[in-house]
Design a protein around this ligand. Structure first.
Ligand code: LLP
Length: 421
């Protein structure tokens, strides 16, 4: 459930009419609902209340400092995958003891910074990474708290680009090598073995793959116990899907219940890394129709947002519902919603049954809270949109719209070119 609803034929975010917001802030703009973010966090986190756990919001899904602060205020930690995300999480005030760090390619600098910050745990994805973490921790006269990320070889039945738990993928340490890596890890003086981690993919719409991987991990945990390796944390990653169109993913309650049942008495502290389920339906991309163009084959609605602002439809063929901000009686047409970018892959929706939009009219691209602003770019030298957080009838600009000056920040023309050489 989210707080983007029509009142008297006009789309609101909470108590704020989006028409007013667009007037004041301009378009395209990402709009997030404070009440929805809060509600989603509690729905997820409380579903695990019966088990000791830490919900680490997956920063990559939507990384604005205000969102990180909001979740941190509610008790969340952060799941990070880069030095930049570490910087963000700390800057937003997430306590380091609630931060876990995954990622197949952590650099020396990123590992060192994480160790300096005393984060909760590094999720190690390869044997060589374990060796490097051990070396760096020893240089710092520390013991690095680690979990090994295990690739359980489970099919999450989602888009291939966001499947991560199959053996042919780059993620984690293969299940069959897990025991030997744990045995090695415990002999390394710079390593403190704390946990077991896995993340099998994103936008999962069934609980089966989650519980299957828990079952596989429990086998491993038993073997580790036999070897005298006792862990504190079981990190199950993120991945719970949301409804974009007609998907029916499990509710957090059902997901949590299934996981608790599969855990069958295992009392390790659980770490969960939800991203999309917290933010996906808590944000929209508000844009304006520039032109409409009936073509011989297709009708086009050309808007002021494009694939640089929201790449998910072009990249994954993903569905985002398209809604007019003002409802009125009008015919429907089948149309493509496209942006101004010079590529045919620049679309937000294809062959959609939509009301006939008029030039100048506002449009809401729904479910754009996750993996949307964070994947935006400046392609075609388009400044990135603003990000706005709405709370009741108030709004806060949590990221300013980029300016043309922002576009060239850091660029320099060398002297020899200025001299015309
Ligand atoms: N933990 C790890 C280690 C991850 O790699 C991810 C997502 C998550 C947690 C959070 O997963 P979530 O709960 O959001 O499903 N750009 C793609 C999604 C990429 C997901 C990457 N990893 C998209 O737009 O659909």
């Amino acid at each position: 459930m989210h707080h983007f609803n029509y009142k008297n034929g006009e789309l609101y975010c909470e108590d704020l009419p989006l028409t007013d917001l667009a007037e004041e802030v301009g378009t395209p703009t990402y709009v997030y609902s404070h009440a929805t973010l809060t509600r989603h966090f509690f729905a997820f986190d409380r579903a695990f209340d019966e088990h000791p756990h830490l919900t680490c919001y997956s920063v990559k899904s939507s990384s604005n400092l205000s969102l990180l602060r909001l979740f941190s205020n509610l008790g969340a930690g952060a799941d990070i995958v880069s030095g930049g995300e570490l910087f963000r999480a700390l800057k937003a005030g997430v306590p380091p003891e609630r931060i876990v760090f995954s990622g197949v390619g952590k650099t020396r600098e990123e590992i060192t910074n994480a160790l300096k910050a005393d984060i909760l745990m590094l999720n190690v994805e390869s044997s060589q990474e374990l060796t490097l973490i051990n070396e760096l921790a020893q240089e710092m006269e520390k013991q690095a708290p680690v979990a090994l990320r295990i690739n359980p070889d489970i099919d999450p039945k989602t888009h291939p680009y966001i499947t991560t738990g199959l053996r042919e993928q780059k993620f984690g340490i293969h299940f069959n090598q897990a025991l030997s890596e744990y045995c090695r890890a415990r002999t390394l003086p710079g390593i403190e073995v704390k946990g077991l981690d896995c993340h099998i993919g994103s936008q999962l719409t069934e609980v089966g793959p989650f519980t299957d991987s828990v079952t596989r991990l429990l086998v491993l945990l038993d073997r580790l116990k036999e070897l005298g390796i006792e862990l504190t944390y079981l990190d199950l990653g993120g991945g719970l899907g949301v409804t974009y169109n007609d998907e029916t993913p499990p509710e957090p309650d059902e997901y949590a219940r299934a996981i608790r049942e599969a855990l069958a008495g295992c009392d390790l502290t659980m770490i969960l890394e939800p991203g999309r389920v917290l933010v996906g339906n808590a944000g929209i991309l508000l844009c304006r129709v520039l032109y409409t163009k009936p073509g011989p084959e297709k009708n086009f609605i050309i808007v002021d947002a494009a694939m640089n602002d929201l790449i998910r439809p072009s990249l994954y063929d993903s569905f985002h519902a398209i809604q007019p901000v003002v409802l009125n009686d009008r015919p429907q047409i089948i149309a493509d919603v496209v942006g101004p970018i010079c590529e045919s892959g620049d679309f937000l929706a294809l062959n959609r049954d939509l009301p006939v939009f008029a030039p100048g009219e506002l449009m809401a691209v729904m479910s754009a809270g996750a993996y949307s602003y964070v994947m935006s770019s400046n392609y075609n030298s388009r400044p990135r949109p603003a990000e706005v957080l709405v709370r009741g009838h108030e709004y806060f600009i949590i990221r300013a719209r980029e300016s043309y000056e922002d576009l060239t920040r850091g660029e320099e023309i060398p002297d020899f070119l200025l001299k015309g050489a």
